[in-house]
Design a binder for this molecule. Structure first.
Ligand SMILES: [Mg+2]
Length: 323
């Protein structure tokens, strides 16, 4: 793959993730009915959260803890040129100690960071939770190690267990990292459902149930988002978040707006499902398909683009496997 194309895909992944997160921000925790009460036509652009919502202090276009924690991973990879779990744990601890107020963080992330703050090492700090928050740290790992599946497998799990040691959470982390690694190098003729099926096979030794749900999510494209997301579920448990994000991605694999808006208008874990759907589209289709309104409206656009560029420079110019 051409270096410029990889660069476009890396930036697309990071920006697509943040855009999905920010579009979901105001409607996290809400039901589809509540979304209609607050927003007549649902979410179609960056909005502020309604008064009384946990994110009501954030301006429109702000992302949540998902993108904040993704950035900790990207910055560690760029700095260390490899997955260094102790360094990642330090970065998470610093996020935990310095982010005031926190942006609706998961209780699993907070508990794990609390463990880190009391001196527990990175491989003992995680909690037994299948919540999806560790998957937010996986897109940069998928980009960094896209040519090295064995390194990716270890890096994803080492990173995951800092906060989540539940087997389904680990399988979900590997799934996100591996799917990104396949999408970022796929050409125009590729059918993304094949890459989801390949990813399901790749993680089936870690958790066959999640692999089965991923395969199922490739077979329900004929359902409307409302029907499909009701069937799959939209909670922050990986057994719902991952197939829900994959369904939205496969419904609109090269259209960021449609994929992400389908995800976030279901409410619930809207930020997590929206961000994952967004990064899958960005990894497949690159920066070019991201509408100007999203690039201009997203918080810290320059930082996000810079992180994508730096990851691209690493994978284009360094021997990651040996590092
Ligand atoms: Mg969040």
């Amino acid at each position: 793959m051409e270096p410029n194309e990889i660069k476009s895909r890396c930036i697309g992944t990071i920006v697509g993730f943040a855009v999905g997160d920010a579009l979901g921000m105001p409607v996290e925790f809400l039901s589809p009915e509540q979304i209609r009460q607050y927003y007549d036509k649902g979410i179609s652009g960056f909005m502020q959260a309604p008064a009384g919502h946990a994110s009501d202090f954030l301006p429109q276009g702000s992302y949540t803890d998902n993108t904040q924690t993704l950035l900790t991973t990207a910055e560690c990879l760029i700095e260390c040129k490899k997955m260094d779990p102790a360094r990642q744990a330090d970065a998470l601890l610093s996020w935990y100690l310095n982010t005031v107020p926190h942006r609706t963080p998961s209780s699993a992330n907070m508990s794990a960071c609390k463990h880190l703050s009391t001196g527990k090492p990175w491989n003992k700090s995680g909690v037994f939770s299948s919540d999806c928050q560790a998957t937010s740290r996986m897109p940069p790992i998928g980009l960094m190690f896209y040519r090295h599946p064995q390194t990716l497998l270890r890096a994803a799990q080492d990173n995951c267990i800092i906060t989540h040691n539940e087997p389904r959470a680990r399988a979900a982390c590997v799934a996100v990292a591996y799917l990104i690694s396949r999408l970022v190098q796929s050409d125009e003729r590729a059918w993304p459902a094949d890459q989801v099926l390949e990813t399901a096979d790749y993680i089936s030794h870690l958790n066959e149930d999640l692999a089965g749900l991923m395969r199922w999510s490739t077979q329900i494209g004929h359902l409307s988002p409302k029907e499909a997301l009701f069937e799959i579920g939209t909670s922050s448990d990986v057994m719902e978040t991952i197939p829900a994000a994959i369904y939205c991605f496969l419904k609109h694999p090269r259209n960021l707006s449609n994929a992400v808006l389908a995800a976030v208008n279901a409410g619930d874990a809207a930020d997590s499902i929206g961000s994952l759907a967004g990064c899958f589209v960005g990894a497949l289709a690159g920066l070019d398909i991201i509408a100007r309104q999203w690039l201009q409206g997203i918080e810290n656009s320059d930082v996000l683009i810079g992180v994508g560029e730096n990851l691209a420079n690493l994978v284009n110019h360094h021997d990651i496997e040996a590092a």
